[in-house]
Design a protein. Structure first.
Length: 146
């Protein structure tokens, strides 16, 4: 039996405590950047004792997530509003949203990410040498996942 590993049909539901408390569904994912990227994290550090004994210890590690969306889409507009609402700047005060996210994969499995924050994003559109607008990538970090 073959495994279907297609990502078509991915949905992400995000809530932001102040900016989007009811929730924001994300579905307008990019074609030229990884739409929902969950990189590996290091959960243990390591070392070697003087005589070559392996030593390991657990360490708290934030969980980074990036979401790339179609430039100018409703998802891009909404995520840009979230980015600007949480940006520190002269004459403005960030809302400091606490972000939760549920990514639902086409096979029905899901990942729940809690106690997060938006950390990076583009405040304006970039243009690729091909003449098209570049996809927008927004980055988040979370404390926990289930």
């Amino acid at each position: 039996m073959s495994q279907n590993i297609g990502g078509f049909g991915l949905t992400v539901l995000m809530t932001a405590s102040i900016t989007y408390p009811v929730g924001l569904p994300l579905t307008h994912f990019a074609d030229d950047a990884d739409p929902f990227d969950v990189p590996d994290i290091q959960i243990r550090d390591k070392g070697m004792g003087l005589n070559g004994d392996l030593i390991t210890w657990g360490k708290a590690t934030p969980i980074p997530i990036s979401i790339s969306v179609i430039p100018g889409s409703v998802d891009d507009i909404a995520l840009n509003i979230l980015l600007k609402a949480n940006k520190v700047g002269a004459g403005s005060r960030p809302v400091n949203d606490v972000i939760q996210m549920v990514g639902t994969y086409p096979d029905g499995t899901f990942v729940v990410l809690t106690n997060g924050a938006i950390t990076d994003g583009s405040v304006a559109s970039s243009v690729a040498s091909s003449g098209r607008l570049k996809s927008k990538t927004y980055k988040f970090v979370f404390e926990n996942n289930t």
